[in-house]
Design a protein around this ligand. Structure first.
Ligand code: HEC
Length: 119
């Protein structure tokens, strides 16, 4: 009887580990998909509008203070995730008080990110 219980216990452990493992695998796949949506191409018109903002409100300062992140039509999709985080999540950018985005500009950036299928 005791042996049977130990067996059952071990089988239970195996099953739950397997479930944990597959859940982990699944979440990894989801993260991958989320990353991809930031690289995916956006609607070209909306992208152009967003680029005008990056150029006039972000590059002006980055040119002097952060030359490794000068946004262009070519690299902005690649930087979309960081831009999203800095502007909408951490609200660190635009840095300081000298440059401000209007509500409309925030909306345009959001539309660009959304047109990349990112919610
Ligand atoms: C007044 C200056 C200034 C303005 C305006 C500005 N930035 Fe920055 N930004 C910086 C500096 C300096 C850094 C590097 C140091 C840091 O991260 O604080 C930086 C870093 C960043 C980074 C990289 C953060 C990381 O994860 O390494 C991103 C993305 C970024 N800025 C996006 C933007 C966007 C988008 C705008 C416009 C909406 C903007 N910035 C406007 C000065 C500025």
């Amino acid at each position: 009887m005791k042996k049977l219980l130990i067996h059952l216990f071990l089988i239970g452990l195996l099953v739950s580990n397997f479930q944990l493992f597959t859940a982990f695998k699944k979440s990894e796949i989801n993260v991958d998909l989320a990353e991809q949506s930031f690289v995916r191409k956006a609607d070209p018109e909306i992208k152009k509008e967003a680029f005008e903002i990056l150029k006039s409100k972000c590059n002006v300062c980055h040119k002097r203070k952060n030359p490794f992140k000068i946004f262009s039509l070519k690299n902005m999709d690649r930087h979309a995730k960081k831009i999203y985080k800095q502007v909408f999540v951490y609200r660190r950018m635009p840095k300081g008080d000298s440059v401000k985005l209007t509500d409309e500009e925030y909306q345009t950036l959001k539309n660009w990110l959304k047109s990349k299928n990112f919610k």
